[in-house]
Structures are given as structure tokens and as C-alpha cells.
Design a protein. Structure first.
Lengths: 494, 488
């Protein structure tokens, strides 16, 4: 029996204390780098096995499934694991110089240690097949991310982290209550087993109130964690004031994992044909559309560009939940594909923000004047990320937009098609504000000071992301394959 | 060299040229040498492509496949050949002119201008060679993006505002209308390939056809149908060589080119004439022709007058193709060529006048023909082409479109053409008249002659091309005869 599923979680978890034991920032960074690259390797192997021979199941400690904890990997979470480890494998080389500048040298080993714990938490959520275990990992990743955000270079990072702590704890508590109610109904914590019990005892068909309440708690709790529109208030501050690396990491992975949890609970526990799906689609639809339009409009008026991108993230999450609310195969595939593509483009854009803040010191709109000439590679990468966000062909963003619009046309939702396209146009406006400032507003004579291009260790991961954005726009056979398999699986039940 | 490699080179040469120009920015002579040789290289490749007998029957070249069945691919067909030929030929002449203009006016950020010019040409070639709607959309957007820095080139308040307007209109129409139209076509027929005779099938309801046609007509904002024509005059804040090549040839011709391709290769002549929705397109285009001409009459700024004239002339092409008769389609293809040669000459002349005399208004041009005889003679020849009088190319395109309208006894269109010819005459010929026959109101501060030599050579060459097109129209006519709906 292959031990790959447990290795996926245990590698970063065991590497985390090592960082503190050595208590040296270089060694800590190196340990973290090795751990993330190893996790990426493991997730590639897992993905390969899942694509070849179907779902993997792993019983921890040899205890069989309903009693012990089992790790269960199918094409959906294999894909999520790939996204999470892939992004961290690129973020860690980037972290070296960026963290060196932004974080107090004495706290740097703690920083890397927390980052690894957070990574282990996210990977654990994605891989486990046990509902309570999922909650434990959720707390693990959340607690470490509060601390990581609080390490941000500006003092407002502390209030941002506190805000996130309050909102995140409410969300996690709701999820715990939901899981508890499910346990009281079925006497089981294993997701497959819960699903089996619910169907076998005809709890779903009878419209059980406890089940309804459990799902209401879980959905609201997860909506908080994934920053669905009216519950997104923690996100802009957290992304703006967190250290650059953490913003890259959280923006591309944390919300995606929360969306994964929502998909898992909705589709694998109650099943796709149930009444919950029908109402859930309607409940999520409106906030998603509101997210796309309102957050994009708010993004246009932001002067801190990191905050602008944070609002854009909320809008992009709206696209993902919109695909989810369509509840049909093409909509779900589009949503799952957009999880991947959004990680690519937002990761890239936040990497450029990190580089600008490394060279210039802050990322206000006025700081971008003349950067087109001074930081040509960074701004070039920003333009590619922006094009991907707008959904221009030959970038990754186009493919998911194409699939989403097609799914909407399939359902005959023409008004939704129009709103999706308005969302892209709004993206053009907020991205173009930055491009225009960088290329067409030269610095005043007085302000001529030496600002150079960011160092290579920032530029190389950034340009790898650029290549990924373009490559997956030209040939997205692999992610589309994963997304469609996962959608088939979700709709067919487990 | 295999023919498919030649097709790829058409896009690669200007793209690589852009790279080399960017690198050689520190040495102006080297940079401009590279620009000229890139342009010449592209022209040679396009000419070689025309001479290959198998070029038009080649299997499409696939660049990438993001989703199963959704491909980026290149394929050559007669109209694309014609458009690529015109754009590459005029790029050589414009490069020569640009060098004179940029040095004569000592503009800033010249490297950026040459780089963006080359990228814009690469995108234009991409549009000309696109094998399906998706590829066309890709290069269409790239063309918008790459021309934006050219429009906002001066970086002052007006230029940036004009640039925003340009980008805003073109992106919002293309993303808001063209993209959904393309996805709809994909949904209806499972493909977006350009296929002679159309891909939509004949079972479509007339209402759906009309809706789709309108989405395409307004989604392709570069064709400047009213009321989304305003970006064109706004884009006139750009330096004149940009206006000349891009807003008289590459960008606007890309618009009408896409329009013609959509009508012939997506809808197909039969579907459109069966549904009767072409009449709507004819009326919109007819309205644009007359209204834009009337507005042009009232413009005092020379470049703005030319811009409105462009809007009106573009609609000639849209109107011609919407008539759906073989002669009219031939006329549409031919007018892409004749208007390109004529309008670029007019813009060249406007730029030459600005460089030599620093004049931008029609009312200041009294007597300028005596100081700049070559420029104004070229202007006169191009005006004849615009009006549609022999011995200039414009005559032939009008001849064919007229015939196309007469075949169907479409008297409304005939009347419209007479009316617009009168309007063309009255906004262009007075300029020629005052330039040659009126006395200068007061002598200029410094007695100037012609503009720098490269500019004069360029505008003479394009004026000659207008005349050549009248006497030897074989190449465009040959290509037009192979279009679906014309031959066989």
C-alpha cells in the first residue's frame, strides 16, 4: 500500500518544528523550501495515480474507514492538492528576499514554521475523508494564517489579523456545529459513511430539520471562510496588510480550499440530486453576481493596489461560486477550472505587488508612476496577469471565462452572461488604471531617485507564473480534464 | 521553404522585429534600420505567399488548443491575402514616412512607438490569417492593446483621455458583444471555423440571425458603424503616421475585414438573403455613410475631417457586402484596397503640412499648394479616389458596388451613392481648390517648402499606388473573384 496520502500532510507538518529548532533564517528557509518542493512532488505522484487508476484511499494507523480516519483522494482533491502545493513551491523561492526585507530577522524562523503549518493544514483539509479531521485541519491552517497576517510590515496588520480572527472563528464554529449536528444524525464522521447513512435511513428524502440546520451552519461558516460576497469583510484588510508572500499564498490557496470544502459537503454528503442542491444554487447565485459587480466597482476606486487586487479576488470568487450555483456539469467544470486559473493569475499579480513593494516600498497608485520604464519585467508580468484577469484569449483566464459563459448560455441565463461580461469590462478599468499610471505618468523631475528592477529571485518565480498563465491559455487540456472528471464525480455522487 | 512556414513567418517577422527594435532603442539609426528591414522582409514573405499556387488550399496551421475542439489556428484565404498584402506594402512606405515625421517633429518615446507599430502589424497579420473566429478575436484584442500606446503617445491630458476613450469603446464592444456572439456561434454550430458558405446551417430563425448579425456588426467596433464610431475621431490625437497606417489602414480595415469575413464565412450569403436581415445592415451602413459625410463637411480640423471621411468610407464596404450580390462583394474587397491607398495619402499629406507649416486647420490652407506642390498634387489624386472619379482606384470600387446594387434594382442604394458622392466632393475638393487657387491670407513666419524628403517620397508613392490600382487592378480583382459568393 502506498503511503503517499499521509506523506502529503506529514512532510510540511514535521518540517515546521525543524525551522524553529535550527533557529537560523537561512536554514529555516531552506527547510521550508525542501518541504514544499517535496509536497509538490508527492501531489504530482498522487495526481498521476488518481488519473491512472481512480480514487486512492488510505487508512491512518491501519484502522478501517468508518472507525478510523481515512484519507481519500479523487480527481477533485488531487487537483486542489496540485494547486496548493504548486503555488507554495513557487512562493517559497520568492519568499527568501521578500521575507528578508519585510520581517524582523528574529521572527523569520517562526514565520517559515507557521507557513509550513498553514500549508499542512490546507493540504490536510483537502486530503482527508473525515469531517471532524477536516475541521481540525481547518483550525490549524486558520490559526497559523492569523499569526502570519499579523506579522505584516505595517502595524495595521495586527488589526487586520484580529478582524480575520473574529470572523474566521465564527465561521469555524459554525462549521463545527454543523458537523456536530451531522454526527448526531448519523453517528458517523466519515464523509462517505455520513452520506451512506443519510441515504440508507432516508433522512434526506424526509426533509429532516436537523439536516437542514446542519447544512445551514456549514454553508454559512464556509461562506465566511471563502469570502462569499456579504461575508467578505475580513478579506481586503487581511490581503492588504499581510506580508507579500502570505498574500500570494493565501490568495491563491486558502479560499480555494474553502470552496473545495463547500463542494465536498454539498455534493458528496447530501448528493447532487437532493433538494439542497436546488436551493443552494439559488442561494449562492445572487451573492455571486453581487460579488462580481459590486467588488469590481469597489476595486476601481482603490488607491492601494494590493487592496484593489483583494477586491478583485472577491469578484473572482464570485465567478467560481457562480459556476457552482449553476449545478450542471459545464458550470461545475468551469468553477473548478477557475479555482486553478484564478490561483495562477492572482498568484502572479500579487507576486508583482511583492516586487514593487520590495523596490519602491509601498504599492499606492502614485508609486507606480514611471515604473514601466524602471521595472520593465515586473510591469510586463503585471500586464500579462491583468490580461488573464480580463480574460483575453491565449491566457488562462480566457479559458475559464469561455467555459463559464458557455455554461450560462446552455442554461439560457442571458442576463448572467451579460453580468459576467460586465465584470470583465470592470476588470479592464481597474487593471488599466495601473498600466496607464506606470507607462504614461512619468515621474516629476524632483522625484528622480534610483529605483531598479526587483532581484532575480523574485523575477524568476514571477515569470514562471507568467509562462504558466500563457501556457494554460494555449493548452489547458490537463486542468480541463481534471475539472471535468471532478464535475462528473460530484454530479454522480461519491 | 514550405508554404505553411511562410504563413507563420508573416506573424513572426513583425513580432521578432518588435523585440529587436526594443533592444536597439539606444541607437536611433540601428532602430530605424531594423524597422525598415522588418517591413521589407514582411512584404517579401507576403509577396512570396501570393506567388505560391498552393497557399490558398493549405491545411490550417494549429497554434494551440485550450479546450477540446477550440483551436487557435491560421489559414489563408483570398480576402486575407489581399488584406495582408495591403497592410505589409503600406507598412514599408509608412516606416519611411514615420522616420521623417518623428525626426522632423523631434517626438519623444520613439522606441516605444516603433515597437508598438511592429506589434500592431503582427496583430494585423494575425487577423488577416486567422482560421477561425477565436483566433480572429485574439488578434483583434491584441491590435487594440498594442495601438493604445500609440494613440496616447503624447502623454498629455488630451492624449491620455483620447486613449482611454479608444480603449474603452473598442474593448467594451468586443468583450460585450463580439465575444458572446462568438460563443453563441460555437454553441449553435459546434465550430467557429471560417468556412465558405457559412457554418450556421439553414434552419436558424430569422430573428436569431438578425440578433447575431447585429451583435457582430456592433461587436466589431473597429468597423465604426454609427453610433459607435466616436473612437475614430478621438484616436486622431495620435501622431500622424499612426493615424495614417492604423486609423486609415490596419485598424479600421481590420474591422471591415472581420465584418466581410463574418458575412461570407460564418453566416454565408444564402442564410442572410433567406432571412432578409442583410437589409438592416444595409440601412445602418447607409445611414452611417451619409451622416458621417455631413459631419465631415463641418470639421475645420483637417485630421478630424479625414477621420469622419474614413467612417463614411468604411461603411461603403459594410454596405457593399450586405448587398450580397457577386459584383457588390467584389466591390467591397476592392474598396478595402482603394480606400487604403487613398486615405493613407490624405493622412500623409496632412502630416506633411503639419511638419512643414505647423498647420492643422482647413481654413489655414489658402495657397499652400504653391509652397508644397507635390504634397497637394498627391492630396488631389487621393481626393479623386475618395470621390470615385477616374483615373483613381476608387472609381473601380464604386463601379462594382453600383453594379451590385443595380442587379437587384436597389434604387435606394443607388440614390444613396449619388448623394454621398456629392458630399465627398464637397468636403474634399474645396481643400484642393483653396490650396492651389486662393492667395495666402498672410505670409508664414518662416518661408517653408515641402516636408522632409522621406515624407514626400512616401506620399508620392501612395498616390501613385492609387493610380496604379486604376490601370492595373488585376491582383485585387483576381483575389476577389475567388471569394465565396463571387466565383463559381
Amino acid at each position: 500500500m502506498s503511503h503517499l496520502p499521509i506523506l502529503q500532510v506529514i512532510i510540511p507538518l514535521l518540517a515546521a518544528p525543524l525551522c524553529i529548532v535550527f533557529n537560523n533564517r537561512r536554514i529555516a528557509w531552506f527547510v521550508a523550501l525542501c518541504a514544499t518542493w517535496a509536497s509538490f512532488g508527492v501531489s504530482l505522484l498522487i495526481a498521476q495515480q488518481v488519473l491512472q487508476s481512480g480514487a486512492l484511499s488510505y487508512d491512518i494507523g491501519g484502522w478501517p474507514a468508518p472507525w478510523g480516519i481515512d484519507y481519500y483522494v479523487d480527481s477533485l482533491n488531487a487537483f486542489v492538492l496540485l494547486i496548493v502545493t504548486g503555488i507554495s513551491a513557487l512562493a517559497l523561492p520568492y519568499a527568501n528576499r521578500s521575507v528578508e526585507q519585510e520581517i524582523d530577522p528574529r521572527s523569520q524562523p517562526y514565520f517559515y514554521s507557521l507557513l509550513l503549518v498553514c500549508l499542512a493544514g490546507l493540504l490536510g483539509i483537502s486530503i482527508t475523508g473525515d469531517a471532524f479531521n477536516m475541521y481540525v485541519f481547518l483550525e490549524l491552517s486558520s490559526l497559523s494564517s492569523y499569526a502570519l497576517i499579523g506579522m505584516g510590515p505595517r502595524r495595521r496588520a495586527l488589526t487586520a489579523a484580529y478582524q480575520y480572527l473574529v470572523m474566521g472563528t465564527i465561521g469555524a464554529t459554525f462549521i463545527l456545529i454543523g458537523i456536530g449536528l451531522l454526527y448526531s444524525l448519523t453517528g458517523s464522521l466519515n464523509i462517505q459513511d455520513i452520506s451512506y447513512q443519510l441515504h440508507a435511513n432516508n433522512i434526506i428524502g424526509s426533509g429532516n430539520r436537523t439536516l437542514l440546520t446542519a447544512f445551514a451552519f456549514i454553508t454559512v461558516g464556509l461562506s465566511l471562510k471563502l469570502a462569499l460576497f456579504p461575508l467578505h469583510l475580513w478579506l481586503p484588510n487581511a490581503y492588504t496588510y499581510a506580508p507579500s508572500v502570505i498574500t500570494i499564498f493565501l490568495a491563491s490557496t486558502a479560499t480555494k480550499v474553502a470552496i473545495y470544502m463547500l463542494l465536498r459537503f454539498c455534493y458528496c454528503v447530501v448528493g447532487s440530486e437532493s433538494i439542497f442542491q436546488l436551493t443552494l444554487g439559488q442561494i449562492v447565485l445572487l451573492p455571486s453576481l453581487a460579488a462580481i459587480i459590486v467588488s469590481s466597482v469597489v476595486a476601481i476606486f482603490q488607491y492601494d493596489i494590493k487592496r484593489m487586487l483583494a477586491y478583485s479576488s472577491i469578484a473572482q470568487i464570485g465567478y467560481i461560486t457562480l459556476g457552482l450555483s449553476m449545478s450542471n456539469h459545464s458550470g461545475l467544470s468551469a468553477a473548478i477550472l477557475h479555482m486553478f486559473n484564478h490561483a495562477l493569475m492572482k498568484g502572479l499579480l500579487f507576486m508583482t505587488m511583492g516586487a514593487v513593494s520590495y523596490s519602491v516600498g509601498s504599492v499606492y497608485l502614485t508609486d507606480f508612476r514611471g515604473l514601466g520604464r524602471r521595472m520593465p519585467f515586473t510591469m510586463g508580468a503585471f500586464i500579462v496577469g491583468g490580461l488573464s484577469l480580463m480574460g483575453i484569449p491565449m491566457t488562462a483566464g480566457f479559458v475559464s471565462k469561455w467555459m463559464l459563459v458557455q455554461a450560462a448560455i446552455e442554461l439560457g441565463w442571458w442576463d448572467v452572461v451579460i453580468l459576467i461580461l460586465i465584470g470583465s469590462l470592470l476588470a479592464v478599468i481597474y487593471i488599466w488604471r495601473v498600466v496607464e499610471t506606470a507607462y504614461f505618468n512619468p515621474l516629476l523631475e524632483l522625484e528622480e531617485e534610483e529605483i531598479g528592477e526587483a532581484p532575480l529571485s523574485l523575477l524568476i518565480p514571477m515569470w514562471l507564473m507568467v509562462i504558466a498563465n500563457i501556457y494554460f491559455g494555449i493548452n489547458s487540456a490537463i486542468p480541463v480534464e481534471f475539472a471535468q472528471q471532478a464535475a462528473t464525480l460530484l454530479l454522480g455522487g461519491m | 521553404m514550405p508554404t505553411s512556414a511562410l504563413i507563420e513567418l508573416c506573424i513572426l517577422i513583425p513580432a521578432c522585429g518588435a523585440l529587436f527594435i526594443a533592444v536597439s532603442g539606444r541607437s536611433p539609426n540601428l532602430r530605424e534600420g531594423i524597422t525598415l528591414s522588418t517591413a521589407l522582409g514582411l512584404l517579401c514573405v507576403v509577396a512570396a505567399l501570393y506567388l505560391r499556387p498552393d497557399a490558398l488550399h493549405l491545411a490550417p496551421i494549429i497554434l494551440g488548443e485550450p479546450l477540446p475542439g477550440l483551436q487557435f489556428k491560421l489559414a489563408l484565404e483570398p480576402l486575407g491575402m489581399l488584406f495582408a498584402g495591403i497592410a505589409s506594402l503600406l507598412w514599408v512606405i509608412t516606416s519611411l514616412y514615420t522616420i521623417g515625421y518623428m525626426r522632423g517633429n523631434s517626438e519623444s518615446h520613439q522606441t516605444r512607438l516603433y515597437v508598438c507599430f511592429a506589434i500592431a502589424l503582427a496583430s494585423t497579420m494575425g487577423i488577416a490569417l486567422a482560421g477561425n473566429l477565436i483566433t480572429m478575436f485574439l488578434f483583434y484584442e491584441l491590435l487594440t492593446m498594442s495601438t493604445y500606446p500609440l494613440v496616447a503617445h503624447k502623454q498629455d491630458h488630451d492624449a491620455i483621455a483620447g486613449g482611454r476613450f479608444y480603449l474603452g469603446i473598442l474593448i467594451s464592444t468586443s468583450v460585450g458583444l463580439l465575444l458572446p456572439a462568438i460563443i453563441w456561434v460555437w454553441q449553435l454550430s459546434g465550430t467557429t471555423n471560417f468556412t465558405p458558405g457559412g457554418i450556421l446551417g439553414s434552419q436558424l430563425e430569422p430573428a436569431t440571425v438578425t440578433m447575431l448579425l447585429l451583435m457582430f456588426a456592433y461587436g466589431i467596433g473597429k468597423a465604426a458603424l454609427m453610433p459607435i464610431h466616436r473612437w475614430l475621431p478621438e484616436a486622431m490625437v495620435a501622431p500622424t503616421p499612426v493615424s495614417a497606417l492604423l486609423h486609415a489602414v490596419a485598424v479600421v480595415k481590420a474591422g471591415v475585414f472581420c465584418m466581410v469575413k463574418v458575412v461570407l464565412y460564418i453566416f454565408g450569403v444564402e442564410l442572410l438573403s433567406a432571412s432578409g436581415s442583410n437589409v438592416i445592415l444595409t440601412s445602418i451602413a447607409g445611414f452611417t455613410i451619409v451622416t458621417a459625410s455631413i459631419i465631415a463637411l463641418r470639421q475645420d480640423n483637417l485630421k478630424r475631417r479625414l477621420a469622419y471621411s474614413t467612417i463614411s468610407q468604411l461603411s461603403y464596404i459594410t454596405l457593399a457586402v450586405s448587398l450580397l450580390t457577386p459584383q457588390a462583394i467584389t466591390g467591397a474587397a476592392f474598396h478595402i484596397a482603394s480606400h487604403a491607398f487613398g486615405k493613407i495619402t490624405l493622412f500623409f499629406a496632412a502630416g506633411a503640412i503639419y511638419t512643414a507649416a505647423h498647420k492643422t486647420r482647413v481654413s489655414e490652407l489658402n495657397g499652400i499648394g504653391r509652397r508644397m506642390p507635390v504634397t497637394m498634387c498627391a492630396f488631389a489624386v487621393a481626393s479623386l479616389s475618395m470621390i470615385g472619379l477616374p483615373p483613381a482606384g476608387g472609381f473601380l470600387s464604386k463601379w462594382y458596388i453600383f453594379q451590385g446594387a443595380m442587379v437587384n434594382d436597389n434604387l435606394a442604394v443607388v440614390a444613396l451613392f449619388l448623394c454621398s458622392t456629392l458630399l465627398n466632393t464637397s468636403y474634399l475638393l474645396p481643400i484642393v481648390y483653396v490650396a492651389f487657387f486662393k492667395k495666402e491670407s498672410h505670409p508664414p513666419h518662416n518661408a517653408h517648402g515641402e516636408a522632409p524628403l522621406t515624407m514626400v517620397i512616401a506620399l508620392t508613392a501612395t498616390a501613385m499606388l492609387s493610380l496604379i490600382l486604376f490601370f492595373w487592378p488585376q491582383i485585387p480583382l483576381h483575389l476577389a473573384s475567388m471569394l465565396p459568393g463571387v466565383g463559381q
